[in-house]
Design a binder for this molecule. Structure first.
Ligand SMILES: O=P(O)(O)OC[C@H]1O[C@H](OP(=O)(O)OP(=O)(O)O)[C@H](O)[C@@H]1O
Ligand SMILES: Nc1nc2[nH]cnc2c(=O)[nH]1
Ligand SMILES: [Mg+2]
Length: 173
């Protein structure tokens, strides 16, 4: 049974820090794959994590209609109830014929897949893309770039800062 006193990050154990450069490259690689799956009438970014990849993908694919769906589940690193903070707009739903056909949903990652599942229920025919995917959430994603193990915590560049790293011989991991 999962230890409820540990955060999701602590349970993960392994760290996968991603730099801005790396993230930009991975988003561009994602766009190459999405180019064959489109065209898309609009992008729906799952905020907040989906905002940065959505901006890069929109720029590369020339998509100018961008909507958001606001979902929060992690309080920093602890997953709680899923909260819909902002629904998809009526205009976007109409563009996707009510089912999401021809629409692209973008998020930074899937982990347990709970967020993805909720958005998929809103737009079952939309194309779902993430930059990173963990095995539990992977079946819910149509297109992604890099798979990381379930026990990995991904650190995004907007959540981190450069800091001193102790040398290996002083006990650094
Ligand atoms: O597959 P899951 O286990 O549902 O986790 C994935 C979701 O968790 C993170 O969002 P978070 O809820 O932390 O909010 P944020 O995007 O505002 O950081 C991430 O951006 C995904 O949206
Ligand atoms: N930053 C970050 N947020 C998450 N939310 C769910 N899993 C993760 C993860 O691995 N990294
Ligand atoms: Mg998110």
């Amino acid at each position: 049974m999962a230890d409820k006193t540990l955060t999701a990050e602590e349970r993960a154990g392994r760290a996968f820090p991603v730099s801005w450069d790396q993230f930009h490259r991975d988003c561009r690689a994602l766009t190459w794959r999405l180019n064959d799956a489109g065209p898309f009438a609009a992008i729906i970014a799952i905020t907040r994590g989906g905002l940065v990849p959505a901006a890069i993908v929109a720029r590369e694919l020339g998509i100018r209609v961008i909507d958001t769906v606001g979902i929060a589940s992690y309080d920093h690193t602890r997953q709680g109830e899923l909260n819909i903070l902002k629904a998809i707009s009526e205009d976007t739903l109409k563009l996707g014929s009510g089912t999401g056909k021809g629409l692209l949903i973008v998020d930074d990652l899937v982990d347990t897949g709970k967020t993805a599942q909720l958005v998929r229920e809103m737009l079952p025919d939309a194309h779902f893309a993430t930059v990173y995917a963990k095995p539990k959430g992977r079946p819910l994603v149509d297109t992604f770039i890099t798979e990381v193990s379930q026990d990995t915590w991904i650190f995004f560049p907007w959540d981190t800062a450069l800091s001193f790293a102790p040398p290996l011989r002083d006990g650094a991991a």
